[in-house]
Design a protein around this ligand. Structure first.
Ligand code: AMP
Length: 427
């Protein structure tokens, strides 16, 4: 157990890290282009924030939160999602003072005590974007377009956008009543969880993945027959904007998503490459969340995506990413008595922004050359007795095996000119 990561968690090893750097850079670049600024909130919050924000009838709040008490007995929860914390920060710091429309994004670990399976983990990373302050469907279109721009920039294909409206305070209660009516004589065929959902929030039944429930859900009344005029117009306008942007979508009246705060627009992006857990991201409008968490009524819309699932899709689609070029220069010594000079040399090379390495294990020169080879260093600087006496090092070109001696004082200028030559040769 000691040398095993907890269930549902995993290490991101150096062999995968380039994917993360690549993805994180694209997220920042694209979202800044769209005018979103990064916010970083704590990894845990007071439990009440999520209960109020996400909704007491959701699976997340009922079954999946990592909740604990601090020493004073206050209940805290590792954040299962990013929207409620961002909204909490928006209210706490009165961010609307600076701008009536606040556009934020975040990246970070989320925690849900789910049954682990491919694409579903207990600690996973999400990025998300939130636009707080506008009721207009044009901002819904922007959130969708910004999210898709990230996938596009990464080069992902085979993605579909599913779109729905889940109504508002006006029309949703009417639809819930219709759903209760519809499920009334079918309750015996629903799973135990859905029986509870029937009592508390029948909309949640639409999100049940169990086959027995899905069969019944498939034929249930469509929310589109019950949307109020405001919600129907909002949806229509959003569709117009998406059409203008050339964004293709499928309307799915059963899409409700796993969080209670959504109103009007709900959407999900799914990948054809992934199995059961095929959603690479999802979002929607949450017009009452700011109010629910103690602020004034402030309409808002957002999106969140699972980064592990994106990386899994990137790997499946063999997306090429820039990789770290590795160690360029290895400084080898024939004896520990040259370590001080070798340390100075390696340090100066690194200060010039050239990745350099040295032996820390007291290896023989032969073993150091093997290590330099393994690291794919372009050059090895050898410091031995002869070189030491001449105040020089031997510089060996690892590609063509040529070597020459240069003065220690000239190493930096020499290396820089070599790398400059290589760079210009590349272009
Ligand atoms: P949600 O916050 O539930 O709307 O989820 C947004 C996205 O986060 C999903 O579309 C997934 O890509 C990802 N996600 C949610 N839960 C998990 C999990 N347990 N493990 C990995 N990714 C997840």
């Amino acid at each position: 157990m000691l040398a095993k990561a907890p269930k549902g968690t995993s290490d991101i090893l150096p062999s995968r890290i380039d994917y993360w750097y690549y993805l994180e850079n694209i997220i920042k670049e694209v979202l800044q282009n769209y005018g979103y600024q990064e916010i970083r909130t704590p990894a845990f919050e007071y439990t009440e924030l999520f209960v109020r924000g996400i909704g007491a009838t959701t699976d997340i709040v009922n079954k999946e939160m990592f909740t604990f008490q601090d020493r004073k007995g206050r209940s805290l929860t590792l954040r299962p999602e990013g929207t409620a914390p961002v909204v909490r920060a928006y209210i706490e710091h009165n961010l609307k003072r600076e701008n009536p429309l606040v556009k934020l994004f975040y990246l970070g670990s989320m925690f849900r005590c789910e049954k682990p399976q491919a694409g579903r983990y207990r600690q996973f990373n999400q990025f998300g974007l939130e636009a707080i302050g506008s009721p207009l469907p044009i901002i819904d279109a922007e959130i969708i377009s910004a999210s898709l721009a990230i996938y596009q920039k990464i080069g992902l294909t085979d993605l579909s956008l599913m779109l729905n409206s889940v109504g508002c305070r006006e029309c949703r209660p009417k639809y819930l009543a219709v759903l209760r009516e519809y499920f009334l004589d079918k309750r015996d065929s629903l799973c135990p969880d859905c029986l509870l959902r029937y009592e508390k929030n029948p909309l949640r039944i639409l999100d049940c993945k169990k086959e027995q429930c899905q069969k019944i859900v498939k034929k249930c009344p469509s929310i589109f027959d019950y949307l109020c005029e405001d919600c129907a117009t909002h949806f229509l306008k959003l569709r117009q904007y998406l059409d203008t942007l050339g964004i293709v979508y499928q309307i799915n009246p059963l899409l409700v998503r796993g969080l209670d705060y959504y109103t009007k627009t709900a959407f999900e992006i799914i990948s054809g490459e992934l199995g059961a857990q095929n959603a690479v991201g999802g979002g929607g409008r949450y017009d009452y969340l700011v109010e629910e968490l103690g602020g004034n009524y402030t309409p808002a819309v957002g999106f969140a995506a699972g980064m592990e699932r994106i990386i899994e899709t990137m790997i499946k689609q063999s997306i090429k990413i820039p990789v770290w070029e590795g160690i360029k220069v290895f400084v080898a010594t024939t004896d520990a008595s040259y370590f001080v000079t070798a340390l100075e040399i390696v340090n100066q090379i690194r200060e010039k922004g050239i990745a350099a390495e040295i032996d820390f294990l007291g290896k023989s020169l032969k073993a150091q050359m093997r290590l330099a080879n393994k690291l794919k260093a372009s050059y090895v600087l050898i410091l031995g007795q002869e070189e030491w006496q001449e105040k020089k090092v031997t510089i060996k070109d690892m590609v063509n095996s040529s070597q020459e001696k240069i003065l220690i004082t000239e190493i930096l200028a020499y290396l820089q000119s070599l790398f400059l030559k290589k760079e210009s040769g590349k272009s």
